[in-house]
Design a protein around this ligand. Structure first.
Ligand SMILES: Cc1cc2nc3c(=O)[nH]c(=O)nc-3n(C[C@H](O)[C@H](O)[C@H](O)COP(=O)(O)O)c2cc1C
Length: 208
């Protein structure tokens, strides 16, 4: 699994950045390749095409999700590149979980209604450095990702010609193309991946 953590925080080296480092370490311990990127409201997010999972998180300041992450979802091309991506969400805040779930998480989720959310977590101050809470978030995310991949593999068959075409792709890109094609086929309700489906997925997703 290739995961990118997109985050925002006003404080450099603050609680959110420390949490991200712990989440990143835990993901790497689970065999994932992980990168992190700090959000800019007007950034270019085409790089997220290279990742299977996008983990988004930020602190709450004055009742709102930190502005660069929220701004990126509204102003930049982030939403375009998040199409069909699997997502995980987390927030750091001073409020208790029920309030944060009700008031703050929807600020992110309203932009992600078509995404599969693998895991979501509120990190209250006392949980920010609790290894068990961080481990359980990462475990939930990895389990959901594995289940999704298994379910997709079981329900989709590749024709011999399609497999041949996939095998001809350089190995670095092969897995990315396989996943993107399967995600497209799944969304379209196809049961079989043929050469035509690969072509269709390629043109619909802007080249996979
Ligand atoms: C200026 C400021 C405003 C905050 N406003 C809220 C808020 O409205 N609701 C909340 O639950 N937490 C609030 N918090 C708590 C932060 O969300 C929490 O401490 C978070 O972990 C800070 O992340 P950081 O260390 O990366 O900046 C606020 C913190 C600060 C410094």
């Amino acid at each position: 699994m290739r995961a990118v953590i997109l985050y925002d925080s006003r404080s450099s080296g603050g609680s959110t950045e420390r949490l991200i480092d712990s989440i990143g370490m835990e993901l790497a311990n689970n065999g994932a390749y992980v990168e992190k990127a700090k959000c800019k409201a007007t950034g270019d997010y085409s790089f997220i095409q290279d990742f299977d999972v996008v983990i988004m998180g930020a602190p709450i300041y004055y009742l709102l999700v930190s502005s660069q992450l929220l701004g990126a979802l509204i102003q930049s091309n982030l939403k375009k590149y998040l199409k069909r991506k699997k997502i995980a969400l987390f927030l750091t805040c001073g409020s208790p979980e029920p309030m944060a779930t009700l008031l703050y998480l929807p600020q992110l989720k309203m932009h992600l209604v078509r995404n599969r959310i693998l895991a979501e977590r509120i990190f209250a101050p006392q949980q920010l450095s609790d290894p068990e809470v961080i481990e359980s978030f990462v475990e939930e995310l990895c389990d959901a990702y594995k289940k999704d991949t298994r379910r997709r593999n079981a329900s989709l068959a590749w024709t011999d010609e399609a497999i041949e075409l996939l095998d001809a792709v350089p190995s670095f890109f092969r897995n990315r193309i396989k996943i993107a094609t399967e995600e497209y086929a799944e969304e379209m309700g196809y049961r079989e991946i043929t050469l035509e489906v690969i072509e269709e997925a390629k043109s619909e997703t802007g080249g996979l």
